[in-house]
Write a protein that binds this ligand. Structure first.
Ligand code: NI
Length: 474
């Protein structure tokens, strides 16, 4: 066994197209062994042969205690999209947000030359795609939506703070990253307990936990944030400030009182508008053209604390909840960073919210997801955008749910038909459904128990007939 030298960005071997392995022999097996050893020694979770100077198609991956070695790997199926943060042993000092397929199926050979199949989602899907990119001379920085330095930024006048971070989904990961990048000390990360996620409902760690584990930050997952045991634990950490981003719970006074500089929350709206759990969905569903992010001092009342900073973010007609989420995630992280900087300098502004203008964005219910074809075309389209990709607005066809993930208004407004009636259902005319003042063209759908697909693909298999009526009461 031998440790191999990892080539860094700028080395030509990282930029060529690697050749397939034609014979899985002893020297290939030795290379696999050495790559695994090198990956482990560098605390990486994946390594491609070009990264150790060998331009051959061979990758090793180790996630969640499972080791995968794939010779001549090839992606044969890819589903869904997901933006997440990744880094690379060959690119020092930076991480980036990369948009990749959420789930992939890969085929290749094992170390004995036998054909293997590998299916993965989450981190495994991401690392598989990242390593296979290396075989084609592609680095993650080539396709990153944004790249961040992991070395502390230099704000000479700002003081480093001791931060306790609380958050759960991907939205919060970006803020945590910006806090670390700014050189603050994160003494612990608090996140919701692991729970079943995704279609398979397998128990999985939250994105914040996955990030924290990768960065070797202590993780706390209390069942109850108000328990005296948890409150004592936090008090012992003596944080200067607690930063809360999409944590999913209201904090008790006993916790809010601990940090000397207060509890800061990043919220995905321009408060006092859209207080509550689903501000991104509701802003799009209500047809807003602008929303934003707010940082505030938390109180015991939901999203009612004094405002520190705000930034507006426009909503384009092409945005859906997913794309807006990604924009607000980036802006929220930048605002968290700036807020901590001002707090450390004792210069953070503080403005009470105007209670009279408060509006609410409650958790989405099944009723909110149901498309009401008696509404206007504009409202139906906004509802579909505001629910896409998750949880997805739906209608009912033959007693089964049909999610509609993308739709558009039909310009030459049809006069006939009643709400919910199918006006066209063929390749030429598309999948067109009557709403109260016009019609909506369904562009992407997902039948119950099926995959998401272009509406024309659905029409081909589903035998939709004009004059059929969609909706709950049929
Ligand atoms: Ni890499």
């Amino acid at each position: 066994m031998a440790l191999l030298r990892i080539r860094k960005d700028g080395d030509d071997v990282l930029r060529g197209k690697a050749r397939p392995v034609t014979n899985v022999n002893a020297s290939i097996r030795q290379l696999v062994e050495d790559m695994v050893e090198t990956m482990r020694a560098s605390r990486g979770i994946g390594l491609a042969a070009p990264q150790v100077g060998v331009p051959r198609r061979l990758i090793v991956i180790e996630t969640d205690d499972a080791l995968h070695e794939v010779v001549n790997p090839e992606v044969v199926r890819a589903e869904g999209r997901e933006v997440a943060i990744e880094g690379c042993l060959s690119v020092a000092g930076v991480v980036g947000e990369v948009d990749r397929a959420a789930k992939v199926r890969v085929t290749g050979l094992d170390r004995d030359g036998r054909t293997i199949w590998l299916e993965g989602d989450g981190i495994l899907a991401r690392v598989l795609q990242h390593e296979i990119d290396h075989l084609d001379g592609v680095l993650f920085t080539d396709k990153a939506l944004a790249v961040y330095e992991t070395e502390p930024a230099h704000y000479p006048e700002a003081k480093r703070l001791k931060v306790l971070f609380m958050g759960t989904p991907q939205f919060a990961v970006m803020s945590l990253l910006s806090i670390l990048r700014d050189g603050h000390t994160v003494s612990a990360v608090v996140t919701q307990p692991d729970r079943p996620r995704g279609r398979g409902m397998e128990v999985a760690a939250s994105p914040v936990k996955q990030f924290a584990v990768k960065h070797r930050l202590p993780v706390l997952q209390p069942g109850d944030c108000a328990s005296s045991e948890f409150v004592r634990r936090v008090a012992e950490l003596e944080p200067d400030v607690i930063v809360v981003v999409a944590f999913g719970r209201i904090l008790p006074r006993s916790l809010l009182d601990i940090p000397r500089l207060g509890c800061i929350n990043v919220h995905a709206s321009l408060l006092p508008r859209y207080r509550g759990a689903a501000p991104i969905n509701w802003a799009v569903m209500n047809g807003e053209s602008v929303t934003g992010v707010t940082t505030m001092y938390m109180t015991e009342r939901l999203d009612a604390g004094d405002i520190i900073l705000q930034k507006e973010v426009p909503i384009s007609p092409q945005d859906n909840a997913g794309t807006l989420h990604d924009k607000l995630m980036v802006e929220g992280a930048a605002l968290a960073e700036e807020t901590l900087r001002l707090i450390s300098l004792g210069k953070a502004p503080r403005t009470a919210q105007d209670e009279g203008s408060a509006t609410y964005a409650p958790l989405l219910t099944l009723k909110d997801e149901m498309i009401d074809w008696n509404r206007t075309v504009e409202r139906v389209c906004n509802q579909i955008r505001g629910m896409s990709p998750c949880p997805g607005a739906h209608t009912v066809r033959s007693g089964k749910k049909l999610k509609v993930l993308q739709a558009s208004a039909v310009q030459d407004e049809p006069r006939h038909g009643s709400p919910g009636e199918v006006l066209a259902a063929d390749e030429a005319g598309g999948f067109v459904v009557k709403a109260c003042d016009g019609a909506v063209r369904l562009e992407e759908v997902q039948p119950e128990g099926g995959r998401r697909m272009p509406a024309v693909d659905y029409l081909r298999g589903a035998r939709v007939l004009p004059c059929e009526v969609l909706g709950a009461n049929t």
